[in-house]
Design a protein around this ligand. Structure first.
Ligand SMILES: *Cc1c(COP(=O)(O)O)cnc(C)c1O
Length: 580
């Protein structure tokens, strides 16, 4: 959790990241480059989407490599247990190369100073460094221009002879891949081919040659080589000015939304926000959105950027402040109240603004819009690993099938239970799955605390069912151990002091029994985070709760938007990562 927000776990805004969209986008890119492997570029915290969940989703969809600019992202991927090749390319003298080599992180080598430090570090680490020699084919940024590069190549191959490095790759980056017909693109490809010829002549045995970013992956097959490196497009955004994400078969994965903090009537002629750069022209209703440039909402969005509330688009009224900005909701805003959801940008369904709309409004690119959204806004990751279609067949368009909540410790598990209680009402059924010690009883304790029922709540093993009467005249809690149960009818047959219709029923260990239970149920599975559990010496990665509602009771209820999921998946692994 970012400093300053520690403890509350509450924020009046959220970034919802659709991992199904990420998976679909990665598959789409793999299709576009059938002869190449895919390196999912997850630099800058996965372009602001959350490094670990995005990396996990990209790997599930078939990416074979991960790429980060900064070394810290690469270390975090290793700490989370990802074993695939990871390339990092941004560092300065004095970087922890030996640790990187020890973690089997592939290093880009752009210059002789880096080669020297990497070789020294390989000796220290006692194993060869895996390097990708970067040639500047014309971007005029990282890497060596061709002539000095050839010297770098020979130095690297000499070190390879000595067993100090393994020259895994030769690579470069394009300046204008988003302008596929531009002569500069082909000039760069020619220089790259020349670099490859020199590497070949010098005896390099390369594993991968790579040049293509998103734009080249989608539109420049001659730049695919062995490996493509899409970034922006895996998040569902288009790298081209004149082609939309939809036209490219991509779906934006990020939605940024906030809850209105205030809705109030204002007279005509009222100046709005600092400097009064906006003035109401009629009697109207103003809405205050409780995030601002401190959260990465561009201040340049003042008076130009779009925000959707209750299906209608509005342009920001007046200046964006540090923690808030204002919308003029018009007289129709009178039917709205504080708490109404404002969508700054999303996938673009139902006239929702997109990150591209924001970029166009403020004069930047959508890369910057999504990446700059501050880390204090919680990331909520939704989607089911099995793909976009919900096997239960209950998916409602726009409502994600599964919501994930990170549970670093018992307090977080109990807090989730308390938040869940806010959604539950008489007759509801909650099914908990997870192995022994996963926190099912802890979660139930939180639900009991939230419902205000009589405790104490203990593991139900061997008692079949225990009733916890409400202390406040609300629903009772029936806590069931389903381990040896065939169906819930057996519970009703127990002649408890309450009926299930008047209670919230929590069933532990529902696996296998679930099918015979009511259609309407909230399923909560408590699992280890994906990609963890490989290293027995690693710190406890905690758990991830996966929430999914089925049946008419939960139809259309967007769990991510209910305030249940305020913890961020992936946060805990990063926080406990002492390598960084
Ligand atoms: C960011 C980056 C990519 C990905 O670029 P996109 O345009 O986001 O696809 C690929 N390679 C390098 C070196 C990068 O820095």
């Amino acid at each position: 959790m970012p400093p300053g927000d520690a403890g509350s776990g509450y924020y009046p805004a959220r970034v919802i990241v659709d991992l199904d969209a990420i998976r679909a986008n990665v598959r789409r890119l793999a299709q576009a480059a059938p002869s190449a492997a895919v390196m999912a570029v997850v630099k800058a915290d996965g372009y602001g989407h959350g490094l670990l969940p995005v990396a996990g989703a990209a790997l599930e969809a078939g990416a074979g490599w991960l790429g980060t600019a900064q070394l810290d992202g690469a270390f975090a991927l290793r700490a989370a247990g990802h074993e695939v090749p990871v390339l990092a390319w941004m560092y300065a003298p004095g970087a922890p190369f030996a640790a990187a080599i020890g973690a089997r992180i592939d290093l880009s080598v752009p210059a002789p100073w880096a080669m020297t430090e990497v070789i020294d570090a390989a000796r220290e680490a006692g194993r060869p460094a895996r390097v990708h020699l970067k040639v500047d084919t014309g971007l005029g940024r990282g890497g060596s221009f061709l002539e000095p590069w050839t010297e770098l190549l020979h130095a690297a191959l000499a070190a390879e002879q000595r067993g100090e490095v393994q020259v895994v790759g030769v690579w470069s980056h394009l300046a204008r891949a988003d302008e596929p017909g531009h002569p500069g693109v082909h000039a760069q490809i020619e220089v790259f081919d020349e670099a490859l010829r020199r590497a070949d002549a010098a005896g390099a045995r390369l594993e991968v040659r790579h040049l293509a970013n998103s734009a080249a992956t989608l539109a420049l097959p001659e730049a695919h080589y062995d490996l493509v490196r899409p970034g922006l497009s895996i998040y569902g955004l288009s790298p081209f000015t004149h082609r939309s994400a939809t036209e490219l078969g991509l779906r934006p994965a990020m939605r940024l939304e906030a809850d209105l903090a205030l809705v109030k009537a204002a007279p005509a002629g009222q100046g709005v926000s600092y400097g009064h750069t906006y003035t109401t022209t009629r009697d109207t209703v103003l809405g205050v959105v409780p995030i601002g440039y401190g959260d990465g909402v561009p201040r340049h969005g003042s008076n130009v950027a779009p925000v959707q509330v209750a299906g209608r688009r509005h342009t920001i009224a007046g200046r964006v402040c540090m923690d808030q900005f204002v919308l003029d909701l018009g007289p129709e805003g009178a039917r709205l109240a504080a708490g109404e959801r404002a969508v700054l940008f999303g996938a673009g369904d139902h006239n929702e603004p997109t990150a591209r709309d924001w970029a166009d409004a403020v004069g930047t690119i959508d890369y910057e819009i999504v990446t700059r959204i501050g880390s204090r806004i919680p990331r909520i990751h939704v989607g089911s690993p099995d793909g976009a279609t919900d096997p239960g067949g209950n998916a409602v368009s726009g409502v994600p099938a599964t919501v994930e909540v990170a549970l670093p410790d018992q307090e977080a598990t109990e807090a989730l239970g308390r938040r869940l209680a806010g959604l539950l009402r008489a007759g509801d059924l909650v099914v908990l799955t997870g192995d022994l010690g996963a926190g099912k009883t802890t979660l139930t304790r939180g639900i009991g605390a939230g419902l205000e029922v009589r405790g104490p709540i203990a593991s139900p093993t061997f008692i079949i069912a225990r009733v916890h009467p409400s202390l406040i005249g609300g629903p009772d809690l029936v806590h069931v151990d389903a381990y040896r149960l065939e169906s819930l009818d057996e519970v009703d047959a127990l002649d408890l002091d309450t009926s299930l219709a008047d209670s919230v029923t929590v069933v532990e260990w529902g696996e296998g029994v679930v099918e015979s239970l009511s259609e309407d149920r909230l399923e909560v599975s408590l699992d280890r985070p994906r990609g963890t559990g490989i290293d027995p010496g690693a710190p406890d990665p905690g758990r991830v709760a996966r929430l999914r509602g089925t049946g008419a009771r939960w139809d259309g209820i967007d769990l991510a938007g209910t305030g249940v999921a305020v913890e961020r998946v992936g946060e805990q692994a990063a926080a406990s990562d002492d390598v960084r």
